[in-house]
Design a protein around this ligand. Structure first.
Ligand code: SAM
Length: 226
């Protein structure tokens, strides 16, 4: 059972995992564990614009970047830009332009940016399975193993609790022994988030879980196994 459970006091102070990986001190044991991975591989399930890739590429020694999402690039771009006025005004045409636009905002200004579109797509595009259902991906690559598997805001958009548990098991099966597993899950009307959070705390032996609750209602939780 997980012993490290903390309450998030304000979602404003809470970062996306990609930003956290850029900003957390290199002294942190998690950062040291990630830094020890040579030629690492990451899988981002429900990646949309795969922001998780960039700290793992720029700050650590990851070489293989796999992502899966139902949306194709133009749809993912539109959803990611959403109502952000700055991004709307800049109107990036593809992931490469978006990467260049947001890169410095996540605290990575000291890192060299990829300034070549072909290199960007060679590095991050080769295994980007866009327009792909995760269930088809799981069928196609049952034996592939990754050092880092992320599911950021994916589980709660799946249709029901059964589908969520299935995705959890299939994702876990793609993780190397001792790998890093991360998920962020929001509340939804179609399932009981407290039941899922309790399931997670009993299912895993180690890791840290944090949650945000407002007016007695659990809004979201994050689980990191490492
Ligand atoms: C809320 S978004 C999260 C995007 C991204 N991970 C983030 O946190 O910014 C959920 C993503 O899951 C994708 N998705 C939903 N169901 C899916 C499925 N069955 N197979 C693949 N992707 C799916 C959606 O297209 C969407 O991009």
């Amino acid at each position: 059972m997980i012993s490290e459970i903390t309450r998030i006091s304000s979602p404003q102070e809470d970062s996306h995992i990609g930003t956290l990986l850029f900003k957390t001190s290199a002294e942190h044991p998690l950062m040291q564990k990630i830094a020890a991975i040579e030629n690492g591989s990451v899988l981002d399930l429900g990646c949309r614009f795969p922001a998780l890739f960039f700290p793992l590429y720029h700050r650590f020694n990851f070489k293989e970047f796999w992502g899966v999402d139902l949306e194709i690039e133009s749809e993912a771009l539109e959803k990611f830009i959403g109502n952000n006025p700055k991004l709307k005004e800049a109107a990036p045409k593809d992931f490469y332009e978006l990467y260049r636009l947001i890169y410095k905002q996540v605290g990575a200004a000291h890192q060299p940016i990829i300034s070549d579109r072909d290199l960007f797509y060679e590095t991050f595009g080769e295994h980007l399975h866009l327009g792909t259902d995760i269930r088809d991906f799981f069928e196609e690559y049952p034996d592939k193993k990754f050092d880092f598997v992320g599911m950021v805001n994916l589980l709660h958009v799946l249709p029901d609790y059964e589908a969520m548990l299935q995705c959890l098991s299939r994702a876990e099966a793609l993780l190397k022994p001792n790998g890093i597993f991360y998920m962020r899950v929001y509340n939804g009307h179609h399932y009981d988030i407290r039941e899922l959070m309790e399931h997670i705390t009993h299912r895993y032996e180690s890791g840290s879980l944090s949650y945000f609750e407002q007016d007695g209602v659990l809004q979201y939780f994050k689980f990191l196994m490492w």
